[in-house]
Design a protein around this ligand. Structure first.
Ligand code: ZN
Ligand code: ZN
Length: 301
């Protein structure tokens, strides 16, 4: 990387700073985390899993069966990545020094407990227990969890991801790894709705009027709302299963190149709070709202 060169994530945080009121404060922190990830994988290249057989994969997708690929992750890589992320975040925000130390201690234990490899459930448990004992706020835990896991998954599953015939897929969960999405977009060229897996990054086109979580197609039960000054992002909800995901209207973006939805997600966390206040749960299962904020919001009424 040459000096002064704009990286993909910097472009997106700058764009999101313009688009979403209030994101400017968090943007340097987000940049520091992405820079850390980028440097980490330059030093620790991941060998992708061999690609799944394209014909077999296509056959599964045709019958609505996700490949459910869940790579086992080298514990040493995960621990090293968590330590470096903790250090980078403490540098960006000195208030997080205690958090970085806690993360360091937890990582050490992961190395002792699980030897060679861990799965996503192990990492999910690690962060859940840190939140439980108050070592981490919920939103920061979800940020670290999604960033760590998704950066590893994308690299491990890259070869299958590149050849996957997502146009054959009709379901609301990920054809490659099976996760449920937290966000998607309306494609600039034709307004088609595409969902994106927060974990492995796979995108696929999905029916516009249908809940990805319960398959409800009753127009009266489906809707969306948005927030003043942050209209790019819609909270798309279902009154039948009371779940939501966020859809970025990329038709409103003058976007050259690809759109990093993960950063739009971070820039629009106020939408998640509103969705929670309206009684909707994230269909992805990812908790981005701190219980404290919910309590605070109720007092404001
Ligand atoms: Zn996936
Ligand atoms: Zn639903």
């Amino acid at each position: 990387m040459t000096n002064g060169q704009h990286t993909e994530w910097q472009r997106e945080t700058e764009r999101c700073t313009r688009l979403y009121e209030g994101f400017a404060e968090a943007a340097p922190f987000v940049n520091a985390a992405y820079r850390c990830i980028h440097t980490f994988f330059e030093d620790h290249p991941i060998t992708a899993q061999p690609a799944a057989d394209p014909e077999e994969a296509a056959q599964r997708l045709r019958v609505g069966a996700s490949l459910q690929m869940n790579p086992s992750l080298a514990t040493a890589d995960v621990v090293d990545l968590l330590r470096k992320l903790g250090a980078a975040l403490a540098e960006a925000n000195p208030d997080l020094k205690g958090t970085a130390r806690a993360l360091e201690g937890r990582s050490e234990r992961l190395l002792l407990d699980s030897q060679d490899s861990v799965g996503k459930e192990d990492i999910q448990r690690l962060f859940a227990s840190m939140v439980e004992v108050g070592e981490l706020e919920q939103d920061l835990a979800t940020f670290l969890l999604t960033l760590t896991l998704s950066s590893l998954y994308r690299r491990h599953l890259q070869l299958t991801g590149e050849t996957l015939r997502t146009e054959l897929w009709r379901e609301g969960h990920c054809p490659l790894c099976g996760e449920s999405p937290h966000y998607g977009l309306l494609r600039p060229e034709d307004g088609a709705k595409q969902l994106e897996c927060w974990l492995c990054g796979t995108r696929w086109v999905y029916t516009r009027i249908k809940c990805p979580f319960c398959s409800n197609e009753e127009q009266d039960d489906l809707g969306y709302f948005t927030v003043e000054d942050r209209e790019m992002c819609r909270v798309s909800f279902c009154r039948r299963c009371h779940r939501y995901l966020k859809i970025i209207d990329a038709r409103k973006l003058d976007a050259g190149g690809d759109i990093m939805l993960a950063i739009h997600n971070l820039a629009s966390l106020s939408h998640d709070l509103l969705a929670a206040q309206e009684g909707f749960a994230p269909g992805s299962g990812l908790q981005w709202v701190n219980p404290r904020e919910m309590a605070g919001a109720r007092e404001d009424y």
